[in-house]
Design a protein around this ligand. Structure first.
Ligand code: CO8
Length: 201
């Protein structure tokens, strides 16, 4: 994992790739603005949120103890509109004995294609996610999640993705997704927020 991280950090030196901040870091920077916007977009659903529990809310992929759940880092290439996520899931993500749970893989795919859609298009939500699980992924192995923005049609963003072994010899999973942009006018605001909070290369 460290070797791959260093290889991608090297690619960041000329600015073609950007080491993305974790979603948690982005959300906490402008959490009040973000929360107000989302609740205003979904007023009825917002009324049903248990406000006492809201303060205990944690980003799903960052809610496990270190090393047990989702360990990952994402790199973004703006010119190519793609993200590579280096992912090493921990032992608490087990499904079939010795392999990752399909829901854990789906979560990481959603997080990666979602980040690709956010940096490419603004504030979006997943409307559709189709996944083909082609090979089981051994628990605790390191994989690459390669995500690509394919098309923007008005408020719709189509993003595809695959999950491969590090040597690219095994194709584990393929996915396509549809994201819907919630607020076209804030597109540059969120992109700048993400890119400006990127850790230094
Ligand atoms: C970095 C971390 C990233 C994390 C990423 C994680 C992201 C998530 O998981 S979000 C959580 C899961 N998603 C959700 O809960 C979303 C639930 N769905 C919704 O709230 C709404 O359906 C929402 C917001 C997606 C779209 O609603 P709304 O803004 O009213 O748009 P709406 O007018 O219905 O649709 C817009 C267009 O998209 C199309 N569309 C909407 N949903 C779909 C769909 N599932 N399939 C195909 N087309 C669709 C509509 O037909 C319409 O097309 P057109 O403009 O051509 O008529």
């Amino acid at each position: 994992m460290r070797l791959l991280f260093d290889q991608f950090m090297k690619k960041c030196e000329d600015g073609s790739w950007i080491h993305l901040p974790s979603y948690e870091d982005i959300a906490t920077q402008r959490s009040q603005d973000f929360s107000t916007f989302i609740h205003a977009y979904f007023p009825t659903a917002s009324e049903q949120i248990n406000k006492e529990k809201l303060s205990q809310g944690r980003i799903f992929t960052r809610s496990f103890e270190d090393g047990l759940g989702f360990e990952y880092v994402m790199f973004y290439n703006d010119a190519e509109k793609r993200i590579v996520c280096v992912f090493q899931g921990g032992p608490h993500l087990q499904g079939m004995p010795g392999f990752f749970h399909g829901g854990a893989i789906a979560t990481m795919i959603d997080a990666t294609v979602g980040m690709n859609a956010i940096v490419s298009g603004g504030i979006v939500m997943t409307a559709n996610l189709n996944i083909n699980f082609k090979r089981p992924i051994p628990l605790c192995s390191i994989v690459l999640i390669n995500s690509q923005l394919d098309k923007i049609e008005g408020r719709k963003l189509l993003v595809s993705c695959n999950v491969q072994s590090v040597d690219e010899k095994i194709l584990y999973t393929e996915a396509t997704s549809l994201f819907i942009k919630l607020n076209p006018e804030k597109e540059f605001h969120i992109k700048e927020l993400v890119l400006n909070s990127a850790p230094p290369a």
